[in-house]
Design a protein around this ligand. Structure first.
Ligand SMILES: Cc1cc2nc3c(=O)[nH]c(=O)nc-3n(C[C@H](O)[C@H](O)[C@H](O)COP(=O)(O)O)c2cc1C
Length: 174
């Protein structure tokens, strides 16, 4: 896909079918994350957890159910792959680094024809859940900060003709 087409086709997917993400695509996502810029080259402050195991994905859903009290809560929307990004640092730069890895994965997933979603909310709750930390083998000293849910979209994604964001003000200064 042309890069501009990738940008226009990346949309948040909130309905996935049950097909698993092929290993080659998983590798492509990880590679994309590793190409991301990281402040002060502090690559060692970041950690990726790649999860296909349906029981672990269901565990993430159960965290959302507990946090919201809504039995139907499904923050992953049936995605068959979750990549959790953790950091050993906190603060603005750490969050920015995490976001760079996440965005690279969203774009690569789009390029591979996979639906994708930036999932932050439930990861915030998960980061405080001892069983999550153990099941997802989050390294000691790391905090899970965000994730990317990936899978095949139930409906094909059409590229947007114009950005969803027609609100952010842009000043041009020549
Ligand atoms: C930092 C950040 C956190 C987000 N967290 C969530 C989330 O937890 N759950 C969710 O469904 N979408 C989440 N999103 C997706 C946004 O809702 C979505 O990107 C936005 O509505 C724009 O829509 P689009 O992605 O289709 O362009 C998040 C996006 C960002 C950038």
């Amino acid at each position: 896909m042309q890069f501009t087409d990738v940008l226009k086709t990346r949309v948040s997917t909130r309905s996935f079918d049950s097909r698993p993400v092929p290993d080659g695509a998983v590798q492509g996502l990880v590679e994309a994350a590793l190409y991301a810029p990281v402040g002060m080259h502090r690559f060692e402050t970041l950690h990726l957890t790649v999860v296909k195991n349906p029981y672990l994905l269901e565990y993430v859903r159960s965290i959302a159910v507990r946090a919201s009290g809504d039995e139907a809560a499904d923050p992953l929307h049936g995605a068959t792959l979750l990549v959790v990004v953790s950091s050993s640092e906190r603060g603005e730069t750490a969050a920015m680094n995490v976001a760079c890895l996440v965005e690279n994965m969203l774009l690569r997933a789009t390029d591979l024809g996979l639906g994708n979603l930036y999932v932050r909310g439930v990861i915030d709750a998960a980061a405080k859940d001892a069983d999550f930390l153990s099941l997802f083998r989050i390294p000691e000293g790391f905090t899970s900060m965000a994730s990317v849910a990936v899978g095949y979209p139930l409906a094909p994604v059409a590229p947007r003709e114009t950005p969803k964001n027609n609100v952010t003000k842009v000043d041009r200064i020549d």
